[in-house]
Each structure stands twice: as C-alpha cells, then as structure tokens.
Design a protein around this ligand. Sequence first.
Ligand code: B12
Length: 219
Amino acid sequence: MPSREEILGKLRDGIVIFDIDGVKKAAEEAMKMGISPTEAIMEGLSKGMDIVGEKYSRNEYFLAELIMAGETMKEAMSVLKPYMEKGDVPKIGTVVIGTVLGDLHDIGKNILATLLTAAGFNVIDLGVDVPPEKFVEAVKEHKADIVAMSALLTTTMVNMKGVIDALVKEGIRNKVRVIVGGAPLTDEFARQIGADACGKDAVEGVNICRKWMEEKRRT
Ligand code: B12
C-alpha cells in the first residue's frame, strides 16, 4: 500500500508530465485511502500546476504544455468531483462565479466552484471570459448572495473593477458580497477595486464565503 505522501506525489508529478491515466488512477487510490478530495487537489494536483507554471516561466515548457497540463488537471478533477458533491443538502447561499472578461484560465475557478458546492452552496458558474453584464444578470436572476471572480492575468484582473462598477450602476452592489482571487491578486488590489475580500486559495475562499453566510444569518 503506497503512503499518503507517495499518492500526493503521484498526483503532483502526473500533472507535470501530463499522465492522464496515471493521475486518474492516483486520484482513485487517494479516495480509497481516505485522503480528502480537497487535500488531493490542494496538496497534489495544484502543486503540480505550480511546477508547470515555473517551467513555463523558465522557458522549459510552452503553450502546448500548459494546455496539456490543464487537460490532465480537468481529467483528475472529474474523478474527484463525485466524492465532493453532496446531493440534497439544504443550500447555505448562492454564489455567482466566473473568470473575468478576456481571461480563459478556469482551473482555479473550477476548484473553487467544486469546493463551494461541496460546502453546500448553490453555485452558478458563468464560465470564462465573462463580461460584466453577465455577472449582473446572473446576480439578479438567482438572487445571489456572493459574486466570486477569478483572474490569472495581470492584463485581465483590472476587468474585475468593471464588474463591481456594473453592480454599483445597477444599484445592487450592497446586496452582494464580492470575493476575488487568482495568482496575481493581492488584498491591496481587492481593496482598491472595491471588492470585499481576496482569497489566496480556494480553501480560504470557501471559508470567507461561509463566514459571510453565517454573518448574514445572524443579522
Ligand atoms: C494552465 C495555464 C494556462 C492554460 C489554462 C487552461 C485552463 N483551462 O485554465 C492555457 C494554456 C489556456 C493558458 C493560456 C495563457 N496563459 Co496561462 N497559465 C497556466 C498556468 C501554468 C497554470 C494556471 C493554473 O491553472 N494554476 C492552477 C490553479 C489551481 O491555480 P490558480 O488558477 O492560481 O487558482 C488557485 C488560486 O489562485 C485561487 N483562485 C483562483 N481563482 C480564484 C477566485 C476566487 C474568488 C478565489 C477566492 C480564489 C481563486 O484558488 C485556486 C486554487 O487554490 C499559469 C502559471 C501559474 N503557476 O499560475 C499560467 C499563467 C497564468 N499564464 C500566463 C500567460 C501569459 C498565458 C497566455 C497569455 C499565454 C499566451 N502567450 O497565449 C494565455 C492567455 C489566455 C487567456 N486569454 O486567458 C502567465 C500570466 C502572466 C501574467 N502575470 O499575466 C502565467 C502566470 C504563466 C507565467 N509564469 O508566465 N494558460
């Protein structure tokens, strides 16, 4: 029987070498061993994506490798997802989530959406390259409690402000909490654009959203 560290290592390294079959097998093994899906993602798969990013920065990997790593991550997530989504748990709140205009990175956003669903949120996922008006429409239609935005590019993170401005313009900014996240973001940036919080990773994001819903219930 492999150790917990070995399995997490297989998940990490499988992403780095785009071994779809290997990571899927390791993900199944992790679940059988009682490793939590969150741990498998955060301590295994995400660590692999970090290494891929570093290799890209050093010109050891190129766009094709980023795409293959992204695909490998998606396949691994498809094995873990059924272990996370609890069927008929009463929903604790509604989150509208999306990657902002111009940005196609969705792996981190998908992890957050999956963890939020597992935590009991009703998650409305708008996908990638989402313009401000789509966020606004979805908030109104689903009476959302929270808007969660992701951006991975320094050139697209500025588009988060466009969404907040659109919420203000529609007079609904005070009805929702806004959380932002993604590798280039900082608390300082979140404050500047008028967001309520910046989550450094998906786990922190879920904890912040949970805390907000508890506060809402108490008032
Ligand atoms: C995979 C990848 C891609 C894939 C994306 C596939 C997909 N389906 O998402 C593809 C090949 C499409 C891609 C394309 C590009 N990419 Co790219 N990509 C990456 C890479 C290697 C990994 C990103 C990733 O998925 N990480 C793993 C996830 C789990 O991490 P994450 O997204 O950061 O999310 C975590 C947290 O940030 C947080 N989080 C994320 N969102 C949110 C939201 C909220 C609300 C909260 C609370 C938390 C949260 O939680 C997550 C989990 O804990 C990064 C390098 C890196 N290390 O980040 C480069 C990177 C982001 N890409 C980069 C670039 C330059 C590009 C391209 C411009 C390349 C090109 N020349 O065309 C294009 C842009 C396309 C576009 N318009 O979006 C640069 C960005 C530089 C910059 N500072 O702007 C990076 C940093 C690479 C580098 N080192 O230069 N890319």
